[in-house]
Design a protein around this ligand. Structure first.
Ligand code: ZN
Ligand code: FE
Length: 254
């Protein structure tokens, strides 16, 4: 349905190479830089047809113009932030469908990290490309949005099936696990996952993608409506947005 390959970039970025075998369409999600993408395309003998951008940050669009200059590929990005996406051809937003060859993605507006952030969900491939909105055991910093906005955005992603694979854009999991344990250390699933993450990193392995079902049980930023986490934050009975804001604030200071 979709072949997905990880291209590590810069210090901790993951660019995702996505090939739809029926049509031969080949996309990259959030190319931080052109060179590592070019190297992988050359190694596999692939022709780049698409760039999918989740948001405007330089470590997500830095390779756009060089790749487009060479491949004349189509750049798809957030309608709400089109002016900040270099070389954008197709603007998409909440509820839109976009086809990469035979594979259809649904688009979600997920503002919070930036005001025009989007996510691409390929239901047939059970794959979610969510940029810097949802991370393994974390979520993006609120540079341009409010906690209530981000909680609402994460709610859209949390509503997807448990077997969805979360292809986020950074390897932040081990640091995120340390913070998660500090607020939700009584969560047995989280304790077990943190151990597994440490072991994987000690072996030099990536921890992304992760299963959304596991995120729902262990990621504190998806659990702001959990009464136990609210109590742990000293906010028993508070609105989830409030608990979310407290967890996000604690992470910013961690
Ligand atoms: Zn970002
Ligand atoms: Fe980023």
């Amino acid at each position: 349905m979709l072949e997905i390959e990880r291209i590590p970039c810069r210090t901790d970025n993951y660019v995702w190479l996505v090939r739809e075998p029926q049509s031969g369409a080949v996309g990259v999600v959030d190319p931080a830089d052109a060179e590592p993408v070019e190297a992988r395309l050359a190694a596999r003998g692939l022709v780049l047809t698409h760039i999918l951008n989740t948001h405007h940050h330089g470590d997500h669009v830095g390779g756009n113009l060089a790749l487009k200059g060479k491949w004349r590929c189509t750049i798809v990005g957030p309608r709400a932030d089109a002016a900040r996406i270099p070389g954008i051809d197709v603007e998409v937003g909440d509820g839109d469908a976009y086809r990469l060859g035979a594979a259809e993605a649904r688009v979600f507006d997920v503002p919070g990290h930036t005001r025009g952030h989007i996510a691409f969900w390929f239901p047939g491939a059970r794959a979610l490309f969510c940029g810097d909105t949802l991370f393994a055991l974390g979520c993006g910093r609120l540079f341009e949005g409010t906690p209530a906005q981000m909680w609402n955005s994460l709610g859209k992603l949390r509503a997807l099936p448990d077997d969805t694979q979360v292809y986020c854009a950074h390897e932040y999991t081990q640091g995120n696990a340390r913070f998660a344990l500090s607020v939700d250390g009584a969560n047995a699933d989280l304790v077990a996952r943190a151990k597994a993450v440490d072991a994987a990193r000690a072996r030099g392995e990536a921890t992304v993608p992760s299963a959304l079902g596991l995120e729902k049980r262990t990621n504190p930023f998806l659990r702001a409506d959990d009464p136990g986490l609210a109590r742990a934050m000293g906010l028993a009975g508070a609105a989830p947005e409030q608990v979310f804001a407290a967890v996000r604030g604690a992470k910013d200071r961690f």
